[in-house]
Write a protein that binds this ligand. Structure first.
Ligand code: PEP
Ligand code: MG
Length: 439
């Protein structure tokens, strides 16, 4: 029943999608009312297909290698997206045990939802802003339901991968205006186009690259494609800025030169709008993703020329440890999957350095990579002094409970202990142990 789009045409409610791989653009089109879960042979936890599934609230288990060979159409399947456990044609007992766990989970969800309107502060009163990662305006209800205090990452490229030609300035303006006005007065961090890598835009006709993760992606692509991509997006963003609290964020900044070039373009677009008598908000911040190791290393210099940092641990981990995160779970690359972990001391040191250097220059430092929503990571990030955490909406209620139960002094002690550890396994075991103690 696969149609021209490559997606099954006859999905019923409660369907579980089993596939060799799904492009982020296919995932973005899934009907969340029909797809209860998805299972893929390929992919890694921080690949964009997995990220999209997480933000749509679809449980997913990826990197299964041969799941397409083990499941037939019509099989009954239990999927636990938290543990990555998949049971094919379960027994009655397995079904009822699973049902009990589902019930317990929904009771816990109910308890956490009581925190929805409470502020995200530690026991001793330190504010840690809790924000949401989104891929489109259709997620605003989920953001509000989760009790998010803002949007810390709007991945605009997800809008661009769902269409067959470049979005116009006007089309983009309407989306940004909607998100900003509906969130107002809460802040919204909108990231400029992070295309390339596993988020291809075929209509840009870019030359094929052997290693697109190290190639022309994100800000590099935008600075190359100023007229087709960067300037129309900047115009749309600046025009929309008057409808809310906009923070513009540039992805994959690797050097001060790139930041300066991107800011120069923004200034030139602003001058163009001024000349057209189109107003732009005075309360606008411009920041960068810190996700390339060189940006973390030079965070002192970069902090003096922008208003905020948001640490992207997905890319920061893959580039620090030199392991492509979409490949780390593939059959041929299972041998390197051990390197795909943000708890390596090298990654933690870069994060701590970025926060420290940002604070020295008086700017706020957030995190929007997957690490930000990890219950094991949150205490150590508070200990390092993080100001904001942005994550998939589904992770927000639990993160709020952790923050509200944490004391800054204790968090600093945790970070001090972690600093003395030399392996990611030791760090993970210690932090997982702390989570288990809380439960
Ligand atoms: C990151 O790299 O951590 C990040 C948030 O950006 P993306 O996952 O979209 O590359
Ligand atoms: Mg990234």
């Amino acid at each position: 029943g696969v149609g021209d789009s490559g997606m099954p045409e006859t999905l019923e409610e409660g369907s579980i999608l089993v596939a060799h791989d799904l492009a982020p653009s296919d995932t973005a089109c899934l009907d969340v009312h029909k797809v209860s879960a998805m299972l893929l042979d390929k992919g890694g936890k921080t690949s964009h297909t997995a990220i999209l599934a997480r933000s749509l609230g679809i449980p997913a288990v990826v990197g299964l290698q041969n799941v397409t060979a083990s499941i037939q159409s019509g099989d009954t399947v239990l999927v636990d997206g938290d543990s990555g456990e998949v049971t094919v044609n379960p027994s009655k007992d397995e079904c009822s045990a699973f049902k009990e766990r589902l019930d317990a989970q929904s009771r816990k969800k109910g308890q956490l939802s009581l925190l929805k309107d409470l502020p995200s502060v530690t026991k001793d009163g330190r504010k840690v802003e809790l924000a949401a990662n989104i891929g489109g305006a259709n997620e605003i209800d989920m953001v509000n339901d989760a009790g998010a205090e803002g949007i810390g990452l709007f991945r605009t490229e997800f809008m661009f991968i769902q269409v067959t030609e470049m979005l116009t300035e006007e089309e983009q303006f309407r989306v940004y205006k909607k998100v900003l006005s509906e969130l107002s007065p809460r802040p919204v961090v909108i990231r400029t186009l992070d295309a390339g890598s596993d988020k291809e835009l075929p209509y840009l006709n870019m030359p094929k690259e052997d290693n697109p993760f190290l190639g022309l992606r994100a800000i590099r692509l935008c600075l190359q494609e100023k007229e087709r991509a960067f300037r129309p997006q900047l115009r749309a963003l600046l025009r929309a800025s008057v409808y809310g609290k906009l923070r513009i964020m540039f992805p994959m900044i690797a050097s001060l030169q790139e930041l300066r070039e991107a800011k120069a373009e923004l200034l030139s677009v602003k001058a163009e709008l001024d000349a057209e008598r189109i107003s732009v908000s005075e309360d606008l911040q411009v920041g960068i993703m810190v996700e390339v190791p060189s940006a973390a290393i030079c965070s002192d210099e970069l902090a003096s020329e922008c208003d905020f940092f948001s640490i992207g641990t997905n890319d920061l981990t893959q580039y620090t440890l030199a392991v492509d995160y979409t490949m780390a779970c593939d059959r041929g690359n299972a041998a390197i999957s051990y390197l795909s972990d943000y708890f390596y001391p090298s990654v933690l040191r870069l994060i701590a350095r970025t926060i420290e250097e940002g604070h020295k220059q008086g700017i706020w430092v957030g995190m929007c990579g997957e690490m930000a929503g990890s219950p094991a990571a949150i205490p150590v990030l508070i200990g390092m002094g993080i100001d904001e955490l942005s994550m998939a909406t589904g992770a927000i209620p639990q993160a709020k409970a952790i923050i509200r139960g944490m004391d800054t002094g204790k968090a600093k002690e945790i970070w001090e202990r972690v600093k003395g550890m030399s392996s990611n396994k030791e760090i993970r075991a210690y932090l997982d142990g702390l989570v288990a103690e809380q439960q």
